[in-house]
Design a protein around this ligand. Sequence first.
Ligand code: DSN
Length: 411
Amino acid sequence: MKNLKKMDKEVYAALAGEIKRQAEGLEMIASENYVSTAVLEALGTVFTNKYSEGYPGNRYYGGQEYTDIVETIAINRAKKIFGCDHVNVQPHSGAPANMIAYSAVLKPGDKILGMDLSHGGHLTHGHPVTLSAKIYKFVRYKTDTKGKIDYDALEKLALKEKPQMILAGFSAYTRNLNYKRFRQIANKVNAILMIDIAHIAGLIAGKAIPNPVPYFDIVTTTTHKTLRGPRGGMIMCKAKYATAIDKSAFPGFQGGPHMNNIAAKAVAFSEALKPEFKKYAQQIILNAKTLEKELKSYGFKIMFGGTDNHMVLVDVFGSKGVTGKEAEIALDKIGITINKNMIPDDSRSPMDPSGVRIGTPALTTRGMKEAEVKKIANWINAAIENHKDKKVLDIIRKEVIKLCKKFPLNR
Ligand code: DSN
C-alpha cells in the first residue's frame, strides 16, 4: 500500500491500526469473518470505476463486456452452491436485500409474520425503528420457554393474522429451523415464504446444516458472515419471482451495482465450492458447541438451550451479575471482540442488555479448533468474573496476543 501511505497518511494510519487490531485480537462477533487475500484483491480493483445498471446482457450503459462476465460467474456459482432457480447478486447488503425482497412481492400495508428481535430475529424483520415497519405491518412470533419455536403456536398465529408473508431467519437464534413446518404453515394461509439466511449461509454452503432453498419462495442473505465473502447481499428465489426481485433491486431500490463487490462475491463463491469449505463449516459448529459446553461448565446460562450453529447467546447478567455492556468492555480489554445482545424478553435496555452473543466463524478461519476454544472460554470466564481487575485483564491480554500470533491471518 505504498501509494496510500504516501498520499494519505491519516487513512493509512487508521488502516495500519485496524490491520494490527485484527491480527492481534480474537474476532468473536458472530456476524464477522476474515476474507481471503484473493477476495480482498478482487475488492480493490478497477471494477469500482464502472456503472452497470441493469443485468448481464441488458445494461443501460456501454462498456460491459467484463462486468457481464464477473456478474454471470457470481450468479452461476451461487446457483451451484445453493441450488436455487434464480439469483440476484446486486444487493449492497443484507438490510437492502430484505427491503428489496419485501417490496418485490408485497404492497404497503401488507402483513408479515417475523421473529421478535429479542428472541433472535433481526431489526429488518419488523422492528418499529426501521423503514420496513413503517411500510408493512409486522406481527412477531417468539420462542417458547425452552428456547424453541413453537410451530403449533406459529400456525395458530398465522391462521389468526392471515399474513401475506411468513418470514424465517435470525441474527441471534442458535437452533436449526424446521423448514418443512414453515412451508406447511405458509401453504395453509397462502402466504409467501421468505427466509433470511445471512448468519448461516456459509454453514448451508458447507452442507453443515440443512439447505432451506427448496422450501422457501425467497431467500435473502449477506455474503460476509459465515459465507466469508465481501460485505454485500444476495437474493435467491423461485423462478416465478425472478422478474419481480430483479426489478425491485434495480430500478426499484438501488442504482448501479458495486461491481468490485460482485467480483469479490464471485471469488468467495468459488472458495465456498471447494471441499475445504465443508470442513470449515463443520469446524465452526464444533467450535461453537465446544464454547457452549465450556461456558456452561463455568456456570454461564446459555439461551435457547444450546446451539446448532456458529454462535451462543449467553445470559451474563443472570449468570454472573455482570451486564452485557460490562462484559463487552471487559472482553475488549483482553482483545476478544463480541457484542452485547438482548436475551428473550430482556428486562434490561438494548444498550446495556443482559446478554452477549459470541460466535466462532472468524477464529475458525484462522485455523483454531476445540483446544483453542477451551482456552478462550477460560479467558472469557476469567475476564467477566474479574471485569474490574486491570491486572488480571492485562495478563489475559498477553495470552490472547500469543495465541493470535500462532494463528496468523494471511492465508
Ligand atoms: N449486524 C449483523 C449482526 O451482527 O447480526 C446483522 O445485521
